[in-house]
Design a protein around this ligand. Structure first.
Ligand SMILES: [Zn+2]
Length: 457
C-alpha cells in the first residue's frame, strides 16, 4: 500500500516538474497604465519570452453592469523579438468618454512562436484627474464621497443628506443600495465640464447607475441646491440598479418621479405651476411623459412636477411593495402597460384617470384625441435650476465592443380603433340592415298583393 502511495507521489512530482519545465517562460514587466485625463489612457508593458513573441493582445474595459461578457481587445504594434515593448492608447474621444471615477482594468495576452499562450495578471486603475486634490470620506457602507473644494463640514453635510436620501428611498420607495456608490463633487459646473469630453450645456450633474457613480458640480455656496441634487442623482443610481436588465426600460416619468420624490416636498413655485396646470386643464398626458421630456423649459419643469405627483400618488395610495413589483416587472421586460396592470390592476390610461381624480383635475382628454408626444429626447437626470434650458441627456458610454445601445424610446400604442372608424362602420351596418329590411318588406307586400288578387278571383 505504502509503495503504491509513494509511486503516485513520485509520479505527480515528476509531472509537476515536467509541466514547469515545458511551461513557456513569458514575463510581463513594467505593466502600467498612464492617464492623460480626460483624453486618453496609455497601457504599456515589457514582454519577454524564451521564444519569439508572435502576438500581443491587450484586453481591457471598465467595470460596469453589462448584459453579457464585454471585453475590448487592442492589437498593439511591436517589433518581433523575444524582448519587446507593447504600448497602446485608449482614446476616449473615439470610444466615448467614461465618467470620472470609472474603474478601468486591463491584461495582456501573449502568444509565442510555439503557440503557447500566457495571460498576465489583471490590473486596475481609477479613471480620475490628478489636478484636483481629491479628499475622501464615507459615512456608510454604500456611500463614498470624493471632493476637493470646501472644508470637512461641507462634505459631512452633503454625506449626511446623501445618507438620509438612501434611507428615505429604502423606507418610502423600497429602493435599496446594493453596492457602494461613488459620488464625485466638483467645485462648480466648469470643473465638471472640464472633466468630461462631451459638451454638456446642462448644469448640475449626472448619474451613471451601471457604474455606481454620481458626478455633481456643487460649490460650497450652493449647498441647498447640492443637497437636493445629490439625493436626486443617488435615486437614479438606485432605480438603475433595481431595474437593470437587457430587456426592460423604465419610463421617464417614473424614473424622474422617484428622483424628485426623494428630494422631499415640492418647492413652492413647482407646486404653483402644478396647481395652475390642474386649474387650466393643461396637464400633460402620462403617455407623453414616458419617453422624454419637452425641451421647452416651462413644459420640462411641469414634466418633472407631474412625474413627482404621479409617483407620489402611486407610492402614497398603494404602498411601496406595489412600486417594487412594478419596477421588477419592468426589469423583467414587461411593457409599462402590462407592468402597471400586473402591480396595480390598471394600465397607463387607468393610472391617468385615477391620478387626475385624486388631484381634482378634469378627466383626461378623449382617447380619440391624438396623444401629444414630444420629440423623444434624453433628459438631464437632474432638475434644472429655474429658467435653465434643458439639453439632451448625456449618454453614458460603453466600451467599444459593447453591442448594446440606449433603450429605444417607447412609442405609444393605440389599443382601440378610433371613434370615427367605429361610427362609420356602425353607419354602414345600419344602411345595410335597412336595405335588407326593405327587400323583405317588398317580398311580403308583393305576396300579400298576390294573395289579395287571388281572393278577388
Ligand atoms: Zn433626474
Amino acid at each position: 500500500m505504502l509503495k503504491t502511495i509513494l509511486t503516485i507521489i513520485l509520479g505527480l512530482s515528476l509531472l509537476t516538474i515536467t509541466t514547469a519545465f515545458n511551461y513557456p517562460r513569458v514575463t510581463v514587466a513594467n505593466n502600467e497604465a498612464v492617464l492623460n485625463f480626460p483624453e486618453s489612457v496609455t497601457f504599456s508593458a515589457i514582454v519577454t519570452s524564451d521564444s519569439e513573441i508572435r502576438s500581443i493582445v491587450l484586453e481591457y474595459g471598465n467595470e460596469q453592469q453589462t448584459c453579457g461578457e464585454v471585453t475590448a481587445k487592442a492589437f498593439p504594434q511591436f517589433s518581433p523579438g523575444k524582448n519587446v515593448e507593447a504600448k497602446w492608447t485608449w482614446e476616449m474621444r473615439q470610444s466615448g468618454s467614461l465618467p470620472p471615477g470609472a474603474f478601468l482594468w486591463w491584461r495582456w495576452r501573449v502568444t509565442d512562436a510555439n503557440g503557447n499562450e500566457t495571460l498576465s495578471e489583471t490590473k486596475t486603475i481609477t479613471w480620475l484627474d490628478d489636478i484636483h486634490d481629491w479628499k475622501f470620506m464615507s459615512n456608510s457602507d454604500f456611500l463614498r464621497l470624493h471632493w476637493y473644494e470646501g472644508d470637512q463640514s461641507f462634505a459631512i453635510d452633503l454625506a449626511k443628506f446623501a445618507y438620509n436620501g438612501l434611507l428615505f428611498n429604502e423606507t418610502q420607495s423600497g429602493l435599496k443600495a446594493e453596492a457602494p456608490i461613488n459620488i464625485y463633487i466638483y467645485a462648480d459646473t466648469k470643473d465638471l465640464q472640464d472633466a468630461i469630453l462631451y459638451e454638456p450645456s446642462w448644469t448640475g450633474g449626472q448619474a451613471f447607475p451601471d457604474q455606481d457613480i454620481v458626478i455633481l458640480g456643487i460649490s460650497p455656496s450652493d449647498l441647498d441646491w447640492g443637497r437636493d441634487a445629490i439625493v436626486h442623482e443617488l435615486t437614479h443610481v438606485l432605480v438603475g440598479h433595481q431595474t437593470f436588465s437587457c430587456l426592460g426600460d423604465v419610463p421617464t416619468w417614473l424614473n424622474e418621479g422617484l428622483a424628485v420624490y426623494s428630494e422631499g416636498e415640492l418647492d413652492s413655485s413647482s407646486q404653483r405651476q402644478l396647481d395652475e396646470a390642474i386649474r387650466l386643464d393643461t396637464l400633460l398626458t402620462v403617455r407623453s411623459l414616458s419617453s422624454g421630456f419637452s425641451e421647452v423649459a416651462d413644459k420640462a419643469n411641469l414634466s418633472y412636477t407631474q412625474s413627482y405627483s404621479l409617483t407620489k400618488f402611486l407610492l402614497e395610495t398603494y404602498g411601496q411593495e406595489k412600486m417594487t413589483a412594478l419596477l421588477l416587472s419592468l426589469r423583467d421586460g414587461l411593457a409599462i402597460d402590462s407592468a402597471l396592470l400586473q402591480a396595480y390592476g390598471f394600465d397607463i390610461d387607468g393610472l391617468e384617470d385615477a391620478w387626475r381624480q385624486a388631484i381634482d383635475a378634469r378627466p383626461q382628454p378623449e382617447s380619440t384625441q391624438p396623444t401629444e408626444v414630444p420629440t423623444p429626447t434624453f433628459v438631464p437626470t437632474i432638475v434644472p435650476v429655474s429658467g435653465a434650458i434643458l439639453a439632451n441627456q448625456i449618454t453614458p458610454t460603453t466600451i467599444p465592443t459593447s453591442s448594446f445601445g440606449q433603450p429605444t424610446p417607447e412609442v405609444p400604442v393605440r389599443t382601440a380603433p378610433p371613434l370615427w372608424l367605429t361610427l362609420t362602420l356602425l353607419g354602414l351596418c345600419c344602411v345595410f340592415l335597412i336595405l335588407i329590411g326593405m327587400v323583405i318588406l317588398g317580398f311580403v307586400v308583393r305576396n300579400q298583393n298576390l294573395k289579395e288578387a287571388k281572393n278577388v278571383e
